[in-house]
Design a binder for this molecule. Structure first.
Ligand code: ZN
Ligand code: ZN
Length: 372
């Protein structure tokens, strides 16, 4: 079979940057050495690129899990170009197809079904036939976003300006241009690329499936650490409209923490979360499925299956009762808070009006005394 044509721009870009990061960076580290300024700048630039992709490209633009202030969108648009992962429009178009046709080897642009290499980087190295090319029709909302469209139109010079300009500027400031170009420039870019690519490759291969086995996506705490929280990919594929990926407080999801903190500063709003009940139901359904598969091997399978079904139905009913009441309780608490606020407001106005009256009475007394 004829091989798909190679995309030379991408092949050269990935090869040269990887070569420099694998050979040039260690050589420089051993012969000259990196200082703290290069290390700190690289970590900050790496975080800026990563979060622009996870909080910006992924959770904001591809999935619309929250709304962001234009200032933050500009920050993401520039950081996304710095990360060199195509424009937000193109990235989101691909990603929406990935969710819609996940694991479909003919339609999913980075289907994990085609293996680690293909889903990690291979899909960008050749012009594979059959894979749907994004026509941006699935991103009509983003086409109305002036910041996204500005970034899309100016993508090329933005990538050059950020990838050369930022490390160069940092190098001039720190007094070590070559060291900064190698560390905050090339090493940062290569690490940033592969950390994100892991979400398409490893997060569909390695880890647990607590919420669904309808697709290959997996939850993996180790990957979450490298991907700013995107490692909880099993949860993400079933509940893609949720701004969180790691929903438990102890799960490492700095993207979620960032979006939440930004909401307190007025930079993000309308953070979407899936109702707790639906998440709990999905988890229990998976447990039931696994238990059924295990029980089927046992001699008294019929009896055990019946018991499982019975207990499952009972659990669902109890869950419904509990979450319904919890919802009412939260609503009631909200109403109580409003009532409390109104009571405080009322008391303050009472004190204020009383003072006004007393002042006017004194004024009046002085006036009538003067005229008596
Ligand atoms: Zn996604
Ligand atoms: Zn995925």
């Amino acid at each position: 079979m004829k091989q798909a044509p190679i995309i030379w721009t991408n092949v050269l870009l990935f090869s040269i940057t990887t070569l420099v990061a694998a050979v040039g960076v260690p050589w420089y580290a051993l012969s000259v050495g990196f200082g703290w300024s290069e290390i700190v700048a690289t970590v900050i630039c790496l975080g800026y690129c990563g979060m622009s992709i996870t909080a910006g490209y992924h959770r904001l633009w591809a999935h619309k899990t929250y709304e962001a202030h234009p200032f933050l969108q500009w920050v993401f648009a520039i950081g996304g170009a710095f990360a060199l992962q195509n424009s937000a429009l193109h990235w989101s178009a691909d990603h929406r197809v990935h969710h819609r046709h996940v694991d479909n080897n003919d339609k999913d642009p980075y289907s994990a079904g085609r293996g680690f290499w293909y889903s990690h980087i291979g899909w960008m190295l050749r012009d594979y036939p059959g894979v749907e090319k994004p026509d941006y029709n699935n991103c009509r909302d983003l086409q109305k976003n002036p910041i996204v469209m500005w970034q899309h139109r100016n993508y090329l010079w933005l990538t050059i300006a950020t990838n050369f300009g930022i490390p160069l500027l940092l190098g001039i400031i720190s007094g070590n241009v070559l060291g900064m170009l190698l560390s905050a420039g090339v090493l940062r870019l290569v690490l940033s690329h592969h950390f994100t690519f892991f979400i398409n490759s490893l997060a569909h291969i390695w880890g647990k499936q607590p919420y669904t086995d309808q697709n290959s996506a997996r939850d993996n705490g180790v990957l979450a650490f490298l991907t700013y929280g995107e490692g909880y990919h099993n949860f993400h594929h079933i509940f893609e409209s949720d701004y969180r990926n790691g929903i438990k407080w102890y799960q490492f999801d700095p993207t979620k923490w960032f979006i939440k903190t930004a909401s307190w500063l007025g930079l993000t709003r309308n953070l979407r979360v899936v109702p707790e009940e639906r998440i709990a139901q999905a988890k229990v359904k998976m447990q039931l499925q696994r238990a059924i598969a295990n029980v089927k091997q046992r001699p008294n399978a019929e009896q055990l299956l019946q018991l499982l079904e019975q207990e499952y139905e009972l659990l669902l009913a109890r869950m419904q009762d509990y979450y319904q009441l919890k919802k009412q309780l939260l609503l009631q608490r909200k109403e109580q808070l409003v009532a409390q606020y109104q009571a405080v407001d009322f008391r303050q106005r009472y004190v204020e009006f009383k003072q006004h009256l007393q002042q006017q009475q004194q004024h009046w007394q002085r006036l009538v005394t003067a005229f008596s």
